[in-house]
Ligand binder design. Sequence first.
Ligand code: HEC
Length: 138
Amino acid sequence: MSKVEQLLIKRRCVMLKEPRSKFMFLMIVILFVIIFAGAFVIKASAAGKGDAEAGKKIYAGKCSLCHGAAGKGDGPAGASTNPKATNFTDKAKMTKSDDELFKIISDGSKGTAMMGYAGSISEQERWDLVAYIRSLSK
Ligand code: HEC
């Protein structure tokens, strides 16, 4: 095989290879986009939903003292505060959106006994609490 022939064969191989590697590159990019978008959607839906069962456990430990074991706002420390701790079973009073409830749990309600829990309860757990509180008036 002459040197020219060898070179031609080499070039052909490169030319054949090139579209393939471009295709592979594109596939990898698409794969990454899918994985990324998938993870984002899962995270977003998890944050938006919250698990009421998980929220129930946190509630019993940290919220029932004021809001009552059953969420009626009649906990041992809740009835004497001014304003009183919210009764979560009262549908007429549960008019706030999930986002608003989440914000109060996170930042507290200024001028009331309701303090913010952003520093002590994780974001996911605060959404779990929203889901649980919401379930009480259903
Ligand atoms: C020290 C007593 C106390 C504790 C403990 C407490 N809260 Fe409250 N919470 C209150 C009071 C009082 C209010 C009423 C504030 C108002 O009327 O503006 C309130 C209001 C709220 C509201 C707003 C309800 C609405 O519709 O306006 C939410 C949500 C809430 N609490 C969730 C929680 C959660 C979740 C916990 C446990 C992590 C918790 N609270 C622990 C006293 C407490």
